[in-house]
Write a new protein. Structure first.
Length: 384
């Protein structure tokens, strides 16, 4: 099989999301922290509510032990303040006892009235060290327990990490079609297999378009072996200005205070610093030209000071939109953008690019697919 199979292939629109920097990663110059951008309730909620007002369809609320705020607490507090945006809330599998996690997620789903999506994280918990295979096995068990809790009257599960026999009446989510959509990022064979079996959107970090296409095809084949399809998303930074020269100047300014020693320190403080995904980002930087571009408008310089997503789309509005449309043509159905400082770049992207993209809400799309209902623009929640 060489055909890419996409879960939402018939949807004329994509999910465009922003990023809530609750892990203390916001600044105007990387490597030179300004307390003005400290991760706190006021700063991060302002970014999230601005994204909601602008019409972004989702926003990633990440998770990190070392820095920042607690993800579920933050999401629960901001949820009642939102109007239309979904919350992509990250959970670290193993951090919370799965039945209690199922209850917490179900509660948040009711607060949001179904505007909840979940980002599955499988990295090591603070102070622990498991192999990749063990971490993904633990995540598989957590997901299976969550799904039982959300869809069945009892949790009956016995695995390597959990042995649970429990009534599940208290933990039914608002979304009665199986619970919130599961988003997942991971490159190891065990991670790819987990996503193929259980998750709904496979999130990729930026690479050349050919390498992205190869990863998507691999996942498509693996999902087909489980008689499933998944959607594909891209987590990527963006720097958009009215003129290309201004965007390039902004990129240069962003990195003007960073040196190799400081960049290494920032990258290696993350729990996933030695992951395969991070290694692929480092390889991409080595393939870039002297200005940090690995292909048209894809700039890798930002990865010098980040352990995860390490590249940005850089250019004027037409160039940025063209790059996004190229990704859409490849089969990508979701985007999680971010920029520095996050509020400023959110406003700029909303001004220059967002109005030119047809957007959808993936929970609405998922519900229509499962109910075998027509995917008209109105039914799919398509805007613009």
């Amino acid at each position: 099989m060489n055909e890419l199979k996409i879960r939402s292939k018939n949807i004329d629109g994509v999910e465009v999301a922003w990023f809530a920097p609750i892990c203390n990663g916001d600044d105007e110059m990387l490597g030179s922290h300004n307390p003005k951008y400290k991760s706190n309730w006021e700063n991060t909620s302002n970014i999230l509510l601005a994204a909601d007002k602008h019409g972004f369809r989702n926003i990633l609320c990440p998770s990190s032990y070392q820095v920042g705020q607690d993800t579920l607490t933050f999401a629960s507090a901001v949820a009642p303040l939102t109007k239309q945006i979904n919350l992509l809330t990250a959970i670290r599998c193993g951090e919370v006892h799965p039945p209690m996690l199922a209850r917490a997620i179900a509660t948040l789903d009711h607060i949001l009235k179904g505007r909840l999506t979940i980002n599955i994280i499988s990295s090591n918990l603070p102070g622990t060290e498991l192999s990749s295979e063990a971490r993904y096995q633990r995540s598989r068990e957590v997901i299976e327990i969550l799904k039982q809790a959300w869809t069945q009257d009892e949790i009956k599960f016995k695995g390597e990490y959990y042995n649970i026999n429990l009534n599940s009446a208290p933990v039914k989510p608002y979304q009665q079609n199986g619970g919130p959509l599961l988003y997942f990022g991971g490159y190891s064979p065990a991670g790819v297999d987990l996503c193929a079996e259980h998750c709904d959107m496979y999130l990729l970090w930026p690479e050349t378009q050919q390498k992205l296409a190869d990863l998507m095809l691999t996942m498509s084949k693996k999902a087909a072996a489980y008689n499933r399809t998944v959607d594909f998303g891209l987590r990527i930074h963006v720097i958009v200005r009215e003129k290309e020269s201004e965007a390039l100047a902004a990129a240069k300014y962003l990195m003007s205070k960073i040196d190799e020693e400081k960049g290494t320190e920032i990258r290696e403080r993350a729990l996933d610093a030695k992951s395969l995904g991070v290694a692929r980002q480092a390889t991409m930087r080595k393939l870039s030209n002297n200005d940090g571009f690995v292909e048209d408008n894809l700039w890798t310089g930002i990865g010098r000071a980040r352990s995860g997503c390490g590249a940005a789309i850089v250019g004027n509005p037409d160039q940025v939109l063209k790059k996004i449309n190229n990704y859409i043509a490849m089969g990508l159905r979701g985007f999680i953008f971010s920029g520095y400082p996050h509020l400023n770049e959110c406003n700029l992207f909303a001004k220059y690019v967002l109005p030119k993209i047809k957007t959808v809400s993936m929970p609405i799309v998922q519900n229509r697919i499962l109910q075998n209902e027509p995917l008209t623009p109105l039914a799919a929640g398509i805007r613009n």
